[in-house]
Design a protein around this ligand. Structure first.
Ligand code: IPD
Ligand code: CA
Length: 282
């Protein structure tokens, strides 16, 4: 049976490559850095230009499809996942890395139909690593098959997380308290690449057992979610149920044992949902 969405996925890979070239070129030039929700929530002209390029190119080929894009949402577009085919785009995941030349920056393109993710493309463009996964067909990096680690013991694991961009002292306190709990289990180590999507691709690659974060957005994790699952991993909410793309909380792990252990250890506070009506505050 022909794969209905293979053409869309091929297009996503091609446009992610083009986007990656623009990002790499931009690193050679002076960039104008702007702030969004706070002085540490950064955006550049490149983020905006790359998102416009991706959306325009997809719209031309698939005019009836919908979009959720980080910079379009920042610009006031709705962030609603309907049953229609929807492209979920983060033009630059790891904008702070990009601004500082820290070499983990990814173009993320996820695609959902009936609210189910069908494929994901994460292009870590400075490393030139193209991660791809089509539902039911496995996960790959530059064409090589990916498999999560088979480690079941969290004490023998590396766990990734991030500090995020919320500097409210209470939130920072919770982040550190959760990190302290995980670190002192003890685990072999904790890491953070500065890109949610790349952390998840490292889980899919088998060199990190799990990644968790509160405060991520659907565009940071949608594409990489398919890659983790297709590499044999699991996605979970921080309170142990199924992962909800709009909830801004995620555990991505090599297996259920490690995911459940993380969920048991950490305090899973709620974050303002991505699909909260405009004007809603926490
Ligand atoms: C951010 C990165 C960061 C994570 C934040 C994300 P952005 O995405 O993935 O690692 O901690 O939660 O929002 O802003 O660079 O696209
Ligand atoms: Ca981004």
């Amino acid at each position: 049976m022909p794969d209905l969405w293979q053409d869309a996925m091929d297009h996503a890979v091609a446009v992610a490559k083009k986007a990656g070239e623009i990002i790499r070129d931009a690193l050679q030039n002076d960039m104008k850095v702007m702030c969004k929700s706070s002085s540490v929530d950064l955006v550049t002209k490149t983020d905006q230009k790359v998102e416009q390029l991706i959306i325009a190119s997809v719209k031309e080929k698939f005019p009836e499809h919908g979009f959720i894009g980080e910079e379009s949402v920042a610009d006031g577009q709705p962030c609603v996942l309907s049953d229609s085919p929807t492209w979920i785009v983060d033009p630059v995941d790891g904008t702070t890395n990009f601004v500082h030349g820290y070499p983990f920056v990814a173009v993320c393109i996820g695609f959902a139909v009936n609210k189910k993710l069908e494929f994901g493309v994460v292009y870590s463009c400075i490393e030139d690593k193209m991660y791809t996964a089509r539902r039911g067909k496995g996960a790959f990096c530059n064409g090589e098959s990916l498999q999560v680690s088979d480690q079941k013991d969290i004490n023998q694991s590396i766990i990734a997380t991030e500090f995020g961009s919320d500097r409210d002292p209470e939130v920072v306190e919770k982040i550190f308290s959760n990190m302290r709990k995980i670190l002192c289990l003890p685990v072999h180590g904790m890491r953070g690449a500065g890109s949610a999507a790349i952390n998840m691709c490292l889980v899919a690659s088998g060199c990190v057992e799990a990644y968790y974060e509160i405060g991520v957005h659907c565009w940071d994790v949608a594409a990489a979610a398919v890659i983790v699952e297709e590499a044999g991993g699991v996605l979970m909410d921080l309170e142990g149920g199924p992962m909800d793309l709009m909830s801004r909380r995620i555990i991505a792990a090599n297996n259920k044992t490690i995911a459940e252990r993380i969920s048991k250890e950490i305090e899973a506070y709620p974050a303002l949902r991505d699909d909260a009506p405009p004007g809603t505050t926490e």
